[in-house]
Design a protein around this ligand. Structure first.
Ligand code: ZN
Length: 325
């Protein structure tokens, strides 16, 4: 910008002093450079406004039009200031909702191991990274991952992380194994005390046993306490979870092969958040040769992530989903 101090005035109507306005509007001044809507002012500023005031306006987002509140510099300048900030024109935008992505397993827990040796933990992490990239590209969300590298995290800590960060939505990503290697397709799970079928019960048992890698310290909660914790799942979080699960199934329908009855229920430990709508997405099964081969492909993972991104958009766009977080 050289020696020029760059200031943007979207409109001059807020400048109440007519003489000042005339000076600002004069297009012939050689030390002012005009464009259609922007004015480049030489430095130091040749206005009867202390420079720190203008700097204060800029720091507060006044210059440029993104006014979130009264600029501190306006009050300090008092009567000496000829350059008036407009009144507050709108409320500060609410924070973008935070989506917590949870790539399953990690570190010493490889998750399921595929027919040709692929580790579920690597597929889950790569898919979560891709989904994170796509969600951030929309500009509508903040995204955090329970793990962004290959390390072990106990199941309870994953839920804690989501709650501590005030996540609006929790999405756990997996590609587990089933006894029946012929079963393939994606599915999405929400929390329930009982599993919706025996296949899902097996899956939840295997998945929850991930904490066996954590050692004895994380097994402090008794079954009674665990039941109480599970009962704290609020109706609101339950509805949100179900709504999100339906959005995932609907977004997958045209793009990703699904299991029959793709929305299932199970007592997955990572879905026990009392406050946060939570789903666990099985992107396919490592135990199926075709699913494993597909999930090894960058293009397939991008398509799965794309469908999940669509589901997130639909979830937040629909009434009642809530946008706080
Ligand atoms: Zn898993």
């Amino acid at each position: 910008m050289g020696g020029y101090f760059f200031a943007i005035f979207k409109a001059h109507s807020h400048i109440r002093n007519p003489r000042m306005k005339a000076r600002l509007m004069a297009p012939h001044r050689p030390d002012h450079v005009w464009s259609d809507t922007h004015l480049l002012l030489p430095s130091p500023i040749r206005l009867s406004v202390p420079r720190r005031t203008v700097l204060g306006h800029m720091a507060a987002g006044v210059v440029g039009g993104a006014l979130a509140g009264a600029a501190p510099g306006v009050a300090r300048a008092g009567r000496a200031a000829a350059l008036h900030a407009p009144a507050v024109v709108g409320r500060a935008a609410p924070p973008r909702p935070l989506i917590m992505l949870d790539p399953g397993h990690g570190g010493k827990d490889p998750g399921a191991i595929g027919f040709s040796g692929t580790y579920e933990k690597h597929v889950a992490e790569a898919a979560a990274q891709e989904l994170s990239r796509q969600l951030l590209a929309t500009g509508r969300y903040r995204v955090a991952l329970t793990r962004a590298s290959d390390h072990f995290i106990p199941l309870g800590s994953r839920v804690d992380m989501a709650q501590q960060h005030g996540a609006a939505l929790f999405i756990s990503m997996h590609a587990d194994a089933l006894h029946n290697a012929s079963v393939r397709g994606a599915s999405v799970y929400t929390h329930a005390h009982g599993a919706s079928d025996s296949q899902t019960a097996d899956l939840a048992r295997t998945e929850n046993s991930a904490d066996r890698f954590a050692g004895p310290m994380v097994h402090g909660a008794s079954p009674e306490v665990q039941r109480i914790l599970a009962s704290l799942v609020t109706e609101e979080a339950r509805k949100g979870s179900s709504h999100m699960a339906q959005a995932v199934v609907s977004a997958f329908q045209s793009r990703v092969q699904l299991l029959t009855h793709p929305h299932r229920h199970a007592a997955f430990a990572v879905l026990k958040s009392a406050q946060i709508p939570s789903v666990l997405v099985e992107m396919g099964f490592m135990s199926n040769r075709l699913d494993e081969a597909a999930l090894r492909q960058v293009g397939h993972r991008a398509m799965v992530a794309g469908a999940m991104c669509t589901a997130v958009n639909r979830y937040f766009a629909s009434a009642g989903a809530g946008l706080t977080g």
